[in-house]
Design a protein around this ligand. Sequence first.
Ligand code: ADP
Ligand code: MG
Length: 504
Amino acid sequence: MENTINIGIDLGTTNSAIAKFVKGDVIVFNNPLDYGRSTLPSVVYYKKDRIVVGNKAKEYLERDPKNVVGLFKRKMGTSESFQIKSINESKTPVDLSAQVLKELKTFVNTGDTLDSVVITIPASFDSIQSNATKEAGKQAGFKQVVLLQEPIAASLAYANMKKSKELSDGNWLVYDLGGGTFDVALVRIKDGEMKVVDHEGDNFLGGSDFDRLIVEKLIIPKISEQYTFEDLENQMKSATGKYNAKYYSLLNQAEEAKIRLSAVSSAEIIVERMEDEEGNDVDMEITITKSEFNDLIKDSIDGTIEMIKTILTRNSLTSNDVQFNLMVGGSTFIPFVRQRVEEVLQIPANCEIDPTTAVAIGAAYYAATKQKEVSKDKSEKKQSAISIKASYNKASKETDELFAARIKGNTEGLFYKIVRQDGGFDSGLKELSERINEDLPLVENTYNFFTLTVYDGQNNVIETDIEPIGINSGFGISGQPLPEDICLEVDDLQSRSNKISLDI
Ligand code: ADP
Ligand code: MG
């Protein structure tokens, strides 16, 4: 299997994921910075000297929205670009997608040479959008990029889960409601061949619209009812509005509440740290019920059902001709979506596959059937080794510690990134130079581990000789008993005020 591609990527509007086919099965790689999750938010944050991708970038939406970009897949294949204030440059959807792809490479902990990949695209992508996706793959350093339609990927994940690669001939629908887009495809198997026969979609309908509806139709009216504001919605939504940052934070809270409502019947949103025009502090706990939420999204869901009806009519099919509706995309976790679609169309909603990883899993199955076309001798020689001499206090009472290092070897075109093992800190990707400095934030009273990884321009890992960075925060200071493994560090604790052997 070594000469097949094996790696599949779901390059999603909201979330992306990377999976690998290994000995008949598929593993989805975990996000090293987001404990327990295997998806990466498709969000990019540009600071002056670094690029941050994923959850941390999403957090900056509240604090620094002008330098954070998300939902750029919607613009793939257009000439639109995004002006980034911090670097005074504009970035195309291809550039931004390449950053997401490069970040996904860092999830792969199996030592693969990442030169070939299958990347999924919506069934609705035309050749310009498809080529833009290929270009993003190339920009991220993949030499061979094979595209696969998302509904086919999801169907393959389903077929392989059923362990029957050859499903019986027939039709089914793939209903994909993600964070930013809705796609529905009619998939047909005939004589063992799986094909997208027809599709419909809305590039501007998804879970993020539901979050927006919660804020605009429930939260803002409830705040305005109890406190005095002039056109609060405008003060929140306008980029120059007084409460623009608050709007982003409420959107995040709305998303969390929405996700809870998939499991429980009501969820609370706390609104505080705002002052109304009469000087009153806003302090509210707003309860949102499941039925309020269902009412909010009903029209959108009915819109998706209309699209399915259009597909059925166009293909002279009735509900009876369709085996099931394969539910894909995070928003199909919403019970109302499943129920409503099933009830109106009288087509069973099939919720057997994990809606957030199915597309990446299917892509990896497909990748296992595709020959690698990148010959070994063509792949570039590995960069010669980099040697790193690090300098930092191994124990500290401070909230952060300065890490400094001197790099030996050719640093040109290389980048580095330092992450704390609990995922709480990510330096972002920064250019590697002969000397680097970084303030590492510490979690109090614990052993903080950081890893420094060096990458080439395409985020392939470059080997170095640096050990994990361990900094003991606070231990031994108040004389508390040390856990066994920490006792090993006693020598270092005794000399903690001295920097370690550092000939920088
Ligand atoms: P995309 O395909 O657009 O990249 P996903 O399929 O990952 O995105 O879907 C992301 C969306 O799913 C987000 O809007 C998120 O809030 C929503 N979502 C995830 N889990 C749940 C849940 N349990 N209940 C409701 N919505 C959810
Ligand atoms: Mg998706």
